[in-house]
Write a protein of this length. Structure first.
Length: 261
């Protein structure tokens, strides 16, 4: 049976955080929209090409859309991913952390055994003020309807003051691929990660998502930072700088990925 638990690796400071009730912002009406000051296209469900989210057929109404208090079944078709975006939350208090959940509209979410009341495909949750430089964490449980029954998955969400963490549903057969891309992007500095995610595609192989072939490679072209999918593209990028920069501009102008959960 799934019940949210405090992660054993958390410090005592995390205990106080885990017991505090999160303050949820007003529900948003446009799924996929970023927080104030955050550019579009950098949320995991926007950034990843061919993102495969929740695609269940309609499953009734009324009590069938209300999750039970406890969920004993594990998911098979979907799972939950966690990704930190390389931006800081500064809209009202830079010492709080924000957790964004991109989930089925009727899904239920618990933070450390505390149920939340918001519904909808995109939900924002805000922590109490945190001590800068200290690490905290939440155990987040998400329950959703899958193949005629309610299932649940619990994940650990590490947070620090100013963090924006994303918790989102993805189809299970895509989970490893997306986790690898996330890990590769997070090996860049925060500034380079922001630039790479805004560029999104390799400046030479325009069908390659940055992070899909390893840690993106940064080169300077006419004094501008450019990101490539791999070291094999460096020579071509530098031999035709005008075309390389044109590819970067074209990549940045492309629509973002699907925002459907």
């Amino acid at each position: 049976m799934f019940r949210s638990r405090l992660h054993p690796g958390w410090t005592s400071g995390a205990l106080a955080l885990s017991l505090a009730v999160l303050v949820a912002s007003a529900p948003v009406t446009s799924a996929g929209g970023p927080p104030y000051g955050i550019p579009s296209g950098v949320m995991p469900w926007e950034y990843y090409q061919y993102y495969k989210g929740y695609k269940e057929p309609p499953h009734g109404s009324g009590s069938r859309l209300i999750p039970p208090r406890t969920v004993s079944q594990t998911p098979k078709k979907y799972t939950v991913q966690v990704a930190r975006i390389p931006y800081r939350h500064t809209a009202d208090d830079g010492n709080v952390a924000v957790v964004m959940a991109h989930v089925p509209a009727e899904a239920a979410i618990w933070f450390d055994d505390t149920a939340t009341r918001l519904r909808g495909a995109l939900r924002y949750f805000k922590s109490p003020p945190l001590t800068p430089g200290r690490s905290y964490g939440y155990s987040v449980q998400v329950a959703w309807y899958e193949d005629g029954e309610w299932v649940a998955k619990t994940v650990s969400v590490p947070v620090r003051a100013g963090d924006i963490q994303c918790v989102y549903i993805v189809q299970a057969d895509q989970a490893d691929e997306l986790a690898a891309i996330t890990a590769n992007l997070e090996k860049l500095s925060p500034e380079d990660q922001r630039l790479a995610m805004q560029q999104k595609l390799c400046a030479v192989q325009s069908d390659k998502l940055l992070g899909s072939m390893g840690v993106p490679v940064k080169v300077m072209v006419k004094d501008q930072p450019v990101f490539l999918c791999c070291a094999g593209c460096v020579k071509k990028a530098q031999s035709n700088p005008d075309q390389t920069l044109a590819n970067v501009q074209k990549s940045r102008a492309k629509p973002t990925g699907s925002a459907s959960p």
